[in-house]
Design a protein around this ligand. Structure first.
Ligand SMILES: [Cu+2]
Length: 158
């Protein structure tokens, strides 16, 4: 009888937990799907990472930071025209926002993930993880493939 009662309590607790979870809004990470993640190949120093960030949620999400095992430092960058007409990149204030039911594309010449102080060569064929952290503290990790890419050599104004 005691065993039966314990089992019943466990069942009730599980139901209560499930019900609680269903009432809460999904985290920003749960609303997002990342696709086509890649990193521009580099020997050492700085390079850029890109991806498509799809938000299927009903609320805007915001990427506030990013990290990867292949670089000790990562920033969220935008590309802006400078006074002399050339394009410069700089940290994007507030990070990357993705509106509800929308997709933000990180691409050469536009918003990108900046990998800094890379010490081991990133050559085509290597896959690595990139983790994006959102405004609500949730995070998601995706795989990025290192690729050769010759374009979009913006200057760093920071
Ligand atoms: Cu950059």
């Amino acid at each position: 009888m005691k065993i039966f009662r314990t089992a019943l309590l466990v069942a009730i607790s599980a139901a209560a937990l499930a019900g609680c979870g269903a009432d809460e809004a999904p985290s920003e990470a749960d609303s997002v799907t990342i696709s086509d993640g890649w990193i521009k190949s580099v020997d050492t120093g700085m390079t850029a990472g890109f991806a498509e960030i799809r938000n299927d949620g009903a609320e805007q999400v915001r990427v506030v930071s990013a990290s990867t095992p292949v670089a000790p430092m990562m920033e969220l960058h935008e590309v802006v025209p400078s006074a002399d007409g050339s394009m410069k990149m700089q940290p994007k204030e507030g990070g990357f926002t993705v509106a509800a039911d929308d997709t933000t594309v990180l691409a050469p010449g536009g918003d990108h993930l900046m990998l800094m102080n890379v010490t081991d060569p990133l050559t085509p064929g290597i896959d690595t993880d990139i983790t994006l952290t959102f405004e609500d503290g949730s995070s998601t990790t995706f795989t990025a493939q290192v690729r050769d890419f010759a374009g979009a050599q913006e200057n760093y104004s920071g």
